[in-house]
Each structure stands twice: as structure tokens, then as C-alpha cells.
Design a protein. Structure first.
Length: 217
């Protein structure tokens, strides 16, 4: 397989993964309810997290997560608790202030971008499955005979493609959310969009925890 064909196959695969609705999509839409600054902050944080996981994987540190069970489990639980808290707090705020419509959003003013960035970065870095995905999926597209520097270079290229595609797609979601601003500003619509986003976060948090609970049932 040539380098060009490997990159093409990888790009097509990443596009299909990126377009699948998931945690990053839900977070981006949720933050976009506060405006474009918060939305683009979340997108930037998510993509920065992807880049950092790519660097970690390229340096082989993700192998440590795979082989050190306590470390992996600890990071998984931290991510699950964060997502569960994000989901519950998002839903709870809609019941505390249901009549304020779009004002139920969590962030305002100049801190919008910073808060969105922190939420996106934290969500991605506290998800070890992202690191393991990079570690197990990316090598399929790296030439087996590549040198150490060659593998690092290829990892960097794949990581950049992954983050770039993710940024383009999530940025489009932010733009579409802004275009639909009048629709989102409806008190009832805003309230239910927030609740749906909260349920998505809660779902992913429980999804991480569930395998640890099933042996007890």
C-alpha cells in the first residue's frame, strides 16, 4: 500500500467516524447555545485534546495506559464522573430556571471561549478510549518498515488529518447552530435542547461505568 492510498483510506475512515453523532457533537452543540465564541472554544478544546492524544500515542505513552490497569481505570472513572456531573448539572439548571429560555446557558461574556475550550479539552483528555483508538487504529495506516522518525512523522500527519476533519465538521455545527439562533432562543426549545444534551453526557458517563457495575449484579 502506497503512502497516498494509506492517507486516502485513513481520511475516508476518519470522516465516517467523525460524522457519527457522539460526545463531541453533543458538547459542541451544547456550548453553541451560548453563542459562537463558546462553540468555537469547545471545538478548539476538542481538537487540541485530539492533538495531545496523538502526541502521547506517537511517543508510546498510551501503551502504559493499556498495560497499567489501575491508571487506565482511574482515568476512565475520572472521565465518567466528569461527564455524569456535566449531564446532571445541565439538566438540573433547566429545572431551576425553566422560564428564562436561552438564558439557561451556562456561560456568557468574554469567558465564553475559555469556558468552551476548557470543557472540550477536559472531555477529550479524560477519555482514555480516544488514546487507545489512536494507538490501535492509526498503526494500520503506517508503513511497517518505516523508521522511528518516519513513524513519528506519519503519526503526526494522521493526527493532523484527524484533528482537521474534526474541526471542520464541528465548526460547521457551530455555524449551523448560530444560523438557527432564533429557533434555539425559543424558551421551550432551548430548555429541551439543554436537557437532551445533558442526557447524552449522562449516557456516556454511565456507559463508561456500566462494565464495572455489571459483575456486581
Amino acid at each position: 500500500m502506497t503512502m497516498a492510498s494509506s492517507l486516502l483510506d485513513f481520511t475516508l475512515s476518519i470522516i465516517s467516524f467523525t460524522l457519527s453523532p457522539g460526545m463531541d457533537t453533543a458538547l459542541t452543540l451544547k456550548m453553541s447555545f451560548s453563542g459562537r465564541k463558546a462553540g468555537f472554544g469547545a471545538v478548539s478544546g476538542i481538537c487540541t485534546g485530539l492533538l495531545l492524544w496523538g502526541v502521547i500515542a506517537a511517543l508510546g505513552l498510551t501503551i502504559l495506559l493499556d498495560n497499567c490497569k489501575p491508571l487506565y481505570v482511574g482515568l476512565e472513572w475520572a472521565g465518567a464522573l466528569y461527564l455524569s456531573w456535566l449531564g446532571i448539572s445541565t439538566i438540573w439548571k433547566t429545572f431551576r430556571r425553566p422560564s428564562q429560555g436561552a438564558d439557561i446557558t451556562l456561560i456568557k461574556g468574554r469567558d465564553c471561549f475559555r469556558a468552551g475550550f476548557a470543557a472540550g479539552l477536559t472531555t477529550d483528555l479524560l477519555n482514555p478510549q480516544v488514546g487507545l483508538f489512536v494507538m490501535t487504529f492509526f498503526p494500520q495506516f503506517i508503513p511497517a518498515k518505516a523508521s522511528f522518525l518516519g513513524r513519528l512523522s506519519f503519526y503526526g500527519t494522521l493526527t493532523a488529518i484527524n484533528a482537521g476533519i474534526c474541526f471542520v465538521w464541528l465548526a460547521l455545527l457551530v455555524m449551523m447552530s448560530s444560523t438557527l439562533g432564533r429557533f434555539i432562543e425559543s424558551p421551550r426549545v432551548a430548555m429541551w435542547l439543554e436537557r437532551v444534551a445533558g442526557l447524552v453526557f449522562l449516557y456516556y458517563g454511565l456507559k463508561i461505568i456500566w462494565p464495572f457495575l455489571t459483575p456486581m449484579t
